[in-house]
Design a protein around this ligand. Structure first.
Ligand SMILES: CC(C)(COP(=O)([O-])OP(=O)([O-])OC[C@H]1O[C@@H](n2cnc3c(N)ncnc32)[C@H](O)[C@@H]1OP(=O)([O-])[O-])[C@@H](O)C(=O)NCCC(=O)NCCSC(=O)C[C@@](C)(O)CC(=O)[O-]
Length: 358
């Protein structure tokens, strides 16, 4: 590591924020923009696919750092079987130690009643005792199924129909306990086991999730084979039964079409996008798929557009991406994140040269 890069790392928190919008872009963004919700799934979808065991302290720090960037929705982990996804073990501890920010919604993924019970055990059932530690700040659970039986069996050991039967009481119990319920439909474009997926099937499963109580359903291109054309076709089909306000887009970037698919889904009316800092992630049961579309890439692409994400600080998100990539010893797959890093190194080198010259 060069001395400039080392010095830069030490100096990171004191660096001025990156100002990436021109004055004209800022005017356009202010006067015409529509707010977009970014659901940051890095701490869950991102970390669940890492090879090594990640300490609880690192997971909690990732969530805390993300919460400081202006992101308002963070999926913090999952209460799934540790035999199936060992990387998510310790979620109870993680959510017990994160710092609650009042304007941030924290959620966790649950596959069944046992997962929900694990979460509910941590939440207060009566007026909180002032001497007790504060309860975890979870206000939402995410339940998940798939558009194909082959994927549902690989991911959750059950068929789609049986998973929906299993999830209905989970959704009711979560709602009864004051939690919002979000749903996911995996393999909404292609299934790694059974190939191209019929959009009609995606529509049916999405409707079922709404019927059992999901306020929103995230349509997952789990494998990341989607293109603006196939994603658009799928969304238009789903919209025949479910209002677009209840849909979100969840794209993996395997073929480099993640940002294009985000833009396509926005054009088709979706206003909530899942993304993962540093492009972390992938589903352990989707062989060959890479991480989610990177949060930094989405934020960069939407700057100055008619879609408003100005409440999220791209520079700060990029810093989190650099930090977590280094901690995990992995390559940062966010193109924008890498470019911003290179730019900062160049700026620092210029400053150093200037200082030496004076
Ligand atoms: C659903 C099960 C549990 C069925 O797994 P199973 O083996 O059929 O379940 P079981 O009921 O027979 O239980 C087996 C063991 O797991 C335990 N168990 C059972 N449930 C839990 C729980 N909640 N928490 C902790 N432990 C649990 C249970 O107690 C038992 O322990 P044992 O008696 O053998 O010691 C399993 O298949 C599972 O956990 N699957 C989760 C897989 C997963 O997390 N995949 C990644 C998330 S989905 C995703 O990434 C896609 C998404 C959402 O991002 C969108 C996209 O991109 O498509």
């Amino acid at each position: 590591m060069s001395s400039v890069v080392r010095a830069l790392r030490t100096a990171l928190p004191r660096q001025p924020r990156l100002c990436l919008l021109s004055q004209r872009q800022r005017y356009y963004a202010t006067s015409h923009s529509e707010p977009i919700t970014i659901v940051e799934v890095g701490p869950r979808d991102g970390l669940q696919n890492e090879k090594g065991v990640i300490p609880v302290s690192v997971k909690a720090e990732l969530i805390n750092r993300l919460a400081q960037t202006g992101l308002r929705n963070i999926e913090a982990g999952s209460f799934v079987s540790p035999k199936w996804v060992p990387q998510m073990a310790g979620t109870a501890e993680v959510i017990s130690i994160i710092q609650r920010l009042p304007n941030v919604q924290y959620s966790v993924l649950v596959p069944n009643s046992k997962g929900l019970d694990g979460l509910l055990a941590l939440l207060p059932t009566h007026s909180p005792d002032s001497s007790a530690p504060p309860p975890p700040p979870i206000s939402e659970v995410a339940i998940f199924t798939a558009a194909t039986d082959a994927f549902a069996l690989a991911n959750t050991n059950t068929t789609v129909a049986a998973s929906l039967e299993r999830l209905a009481p989970v959704a009711s119990a979560a709602t009864a306990n004051g939690l919002r319920v979000r749903g996911y439909v995996s393999v909404a474009v292609t299934c790694p086991y059974s190939g191209k997926v019929d959009p009609v099937r995606v529509r049916e499963v999405t409707s079922e999730l709404v019927n059992i109580g999901c306020y929103e359903v995230s349509l997952g291109d789990t494998v990341g084979t989607g293109t603006p054309a196939t994603v658009g076709e799928m969304i238009e089909e789903v919209k025949k039964s479910v209002p677009v306000e209840k849909l979100a887009g969840h794209f993996h970037d395997t073929y480099g079409t993640g940002v294009a698919n985000v833009l396509a889904s926005l054009r088709h009316g979706i206003r909530t996008i899942d993304a993962s800092v540093g492009g972390l992630g992938g589903c352990p049961y989707s062989p060959g798929a890479t991480g989610n579309v990177a949060t930094e890439d989405v934020l960069y692409a939407l700057q100055g557009s008619e879609y408003d994400v100005r409440h999220i600080d791209l520079g700060k998100v990029a810093e989190v991406g650099w930090w977590i990539s280094e901690v995990l010893g992995r390559q940062n797959t966010s193109r924008a994140g890498r470019a911003l890093w290179a730019r900062r190194v160049r700026e620092q080198e210029t400053m150093e040269k200037e200082k030496a010259r004076l």
